[in-house]
Ligand binder design. Structure first.
Ligand SMILES: *Cc1c(COP(=O)(O)O)cnc(C)c1O
Length: 361
């Protein structure tokens, strides 16, 4: 039996994309290496240092500490783990906006910390007044998101970080998806914009590295120390990562993608994707569909279940938000002809539905 993966021609709601050709080649070259054991695999460990320092440039951290792990979920979990380890209370809580990724639910459950959710304002960013009302002396971590999974919204990082600092809590920024677009916007979201302690940024999404490649970056070495355990039988004797054996492919492909694309390639991709998202928003509007205006290249538009299912039946690989909007993530593989074909199918479904309604009358 021939085994082949799906191609990306009808994938519109995923945050995965085709890796950059250089990233693909580097992944293959380093496939059998394990950066979790740098004493045995020093070559890939050296690549990881370079990759982390380039990621530091992207997030405004001149001397970054961190590592390339499995993805955003691991990085978010590690942020919660640090907060728990460094907390001065036995009953820590963490506060996240309702727009935060479900990985924080996993982290809270695994680490047994209380998860408090804060609502969002009309613009779908964290409600700062509600945030302040959720904090107390046991709050160990406040999380904000720059590029929310459902609407691509960017929380006000300086404000959130300052609120966290005032009560002595840590601040983590989840830029898993948005981190490779944001350097080309006016948003204030970086380590040099606000007193944030750690950040998630995923090379395997907009970064165009091969899966698995997630970035976890921290402001100071002490943070990573809090996560470090002793590793008795390896050549090096300490390890801050969550998993043991890690993907050398993810590390090498991250560096290859960064070298190929930072900054000009990512800038032109941001500009291309944002222009396409704005165009798509207008196309929805011209059909009487009140799409949510994109802030980053992600367009969510109200869509009833039958229309959504009809488009799924046409082979469109789309998903919906919790509120029932279709969610189009303009990733590097998403092109204008592809979106035109999608809109043609949408028009056909809408025409069919109105014919059905007339027939019922
Ligand atoms: C994708 C995403 C995650 C989870 O990352 P994985 O790499 O899928 O584990 C976390 N947060 C945000 C904002 C994301 O977009």
């Amino acid at each position: 039996m021939e085994r082949r993966p799906e191609d990306f021609s009808r994938v519109l709601s995923s945050m995965c994309t085709r890796p950059h050709p250089a990233a693909r080649a580097a992944a293959e070259t380093f496939l059998a290496t394990n950066p979790g054991d740098p004493g045995t695999f020093p070559s890939v460990a050296a690549l990881e240092d370079e990759a982390v320092s380039m990621l530091g440039e992207i997030v405004g951290l001149p001397e970054p500490t961190g590592y390339i792990g499995t993805g955003g979920t691991e990085a978010n979990l590690q942020a919660v783990r640090v907060a728990k380890c460094l907390a001065e209370t036995d009953t820590p809580n963490i506060v996240v906006p309702t727009s935060a990724h479900f990985s924080f639910d996993k982290a809270a459950s695994i680490l047994d910390v209380e998860l408090r959710r804060v609502g969002v304002t009309d613009d779908r960013t964290i409600d700062l007044t509600a945030l302040e009302s959720q904090l107390d002396e046991d709050t160990a971590l406040v999380v904000a998101v720059t590029g929310t999974t459902e609407y691509g919204r960017v929380d006000p990082i300086p404000e959130v970080a300052n609120i966290a600092k005032e009560i002595g809590a840590r601040c983590h920024v989840d830029a898993a998806w948005g981190g490779f677009h944001l350097p080309f916007t006016d948003h204030r979201w970086q380590f040099d914009h606000a007193p944030i302690d750690s950040m998630t940024i995923d090379p395997h999404k907009v970064g165009q590295a091969a899966i698995p490649a997630g970035g976890f970056l921290v402001r100071d070495e002490a943070t990573l120390d809090a996560l470090t355990v002793e590793t008795p039988y390896l050549v090096t004797d300490r390890q801050p990562t969550l998993v043991g054996t890690r993907s050398g492919a993810g590390v090498a492909s991250t560096l290859a993608a960064l070298e190929a694309l930072w900054p000009d390639g990512y800038r032109s991709e941001y500009e291309r994707a944002m222009a396409l998202a704005t165009w798509l928003d207008d196309e929805f509007d011209s059909r009487g569909i009140d799409a949510i205006e994109p802030v980053l290249p992600l367009v969510s538009a109200p869509m009833d279940r039958s229309t959504f299912e009809a488009l799924r039946d046409e082979g469109w690989r789309i998903s919906r938000t919790r509120a029932g909007e279709v969610r189009i993530v303009v990733m590097p593989h998403v092109t204008r002809p592809q979106l035109e074909a999608f809109l043609d199918d949408l028009d056909a479904v809408m025409t069919q539905q109105s014919t059905d309604v007339v027939a019922e009358d």
